[in-house]
Design a protein around this ligand. Structure first.
Ligand SMILES: O=c1ccn([C@@H]2O[C@H](COP(=O)(O)O)[C@@H](O)[C@H]2O)c(=O)[nH]1
Length: 282
């Protein structure tokens, strides 16, 4: 199965648009694990075990592992997810972006070393920096388009004087991703839940692409507005799923030993909230 088929299958199986982000921060770990980076795998594996029947995807953020010298724990975690939740695709949130020869190495890192099903990329350096990832025919390539942070407006909202219609940068990116850039058919876009108006615009320009939407939960994005803006209007579910991601609000729902049970409760509530926002015919 390719990445998009995996998304559709997991969405159906778990009746979910929710992606749980795995951003392990040892200072927030419970009890005896607090401040112990050697517990990153144990913490994340417990979250995975508690939520694996509730999600469309998992999204480990590589910085939290690398900053702690815990790449080996990320490898083990990826293998764990494949073992206990083989039906759930894993998105490696790495936001890579570099010249082609270096991009080839980053692509190997994501898809061969970590066995990720998809990876996030920054498009700032242009198409030749994305292309090496597209050589993996079944892997998802998720390009930053309109990010959730306030500073995302600095560049992404600027108009491009040399492009007909003078679209904003994020609009041009969405249109390119829907057409010329999508050479393996597995391209997707990141759009922040903090900007539902822009989610709707991206959905217009890229009707069939999956949208990874971080920013609900800790960043305050509105789950209901997110689904309404990003919903593909396709009750059959054949194109363009939305993957709504939440990390801290799920991971740190409790600072106690009940952290995994608390994460499950928040994941259940968030999944229900997202599902309730779908149009009735869906
Ligand atoms: O535009 C973007 C792109 C990626 N992220 C990542 O998503 C999570 C958000 O974490 P929360 O705790 O749910 O706020 C994090 O890993 C970011 O690196 C994003 O926030 N915005």
């Amino acid at each position: 199965m390719n990445f998009i088929q995996q998304l559709h299958a997991a969405e159906r199986l778990n009746d979910s648009l929710l992606c749980v982000g795995l951003d392990p921060e040892p200072s927030k770990f419970p009890g005896a694990w607090k401040n112990d980076p050697s517990r990153i795998y144990d913490f994340c594996a417990a979250i995975v075990d508690a939520t694996k029947d509730l999600v469309i995807a998992f999204k480990p953020q590589i910085a939290y592992f690398a900053a702690n010298g815990a790449e080996d724990q990320l490898e083990r975690l990826m293998a764990h997810i494949k073992r206990v939740a083989p039906q759930v695709p894993v998105i490696l949130d790495a936001k890579r972006g570099d010249i082609g020869s270096t991009a080839e190495q980053y692509a190997r890192e994501a898809f061969v070393r970590y066995q990720a099903d998809a990876v996030t990329l920054s498009p700032f350096m242009g198409f030749d920096t994305i292309e090496p990832y597209l050589r993996y025919p079944d892997k998802g390539v998720i390009v930053l388009c309109r990010t959730s942070n306030p500073g995302g407006s600095d560049w992404q909202n600027q108009r491009l004087a040399d492009v007909p219609g003078q679209p904003r940068l994020y609009e041009h990116l969405a249109a390119q991703a829907q057409s010329a850039w999508n050479t393996n058919g597995q391209l997707a876009l990141v759009v922040g839940a903090t900007f539902p108006g822009e989610i709707a615009r991206v959905r217009e320009l890229a009707p069939t692409l999956p949208l990874l939407i971080p920013g609900i939960g800790a960043q305050g994005g509105d789950a209901d507005a997110t689904v309404k803006a990003g919903w593909r209007g396709d009750a059959q579910g054949t194109t363009g799923p939305i993957i709504v991601s939440s990390s801290r609000a799920v991971l740190y729902a409790s600072a106690g030993d009940d952290f995994a049970a608390a994460a499950r409760r928040v994941a259940q509530q968030t999944r229900a909230q997202l599902n309730a926002a779908k149009p009735r015919s869906a």
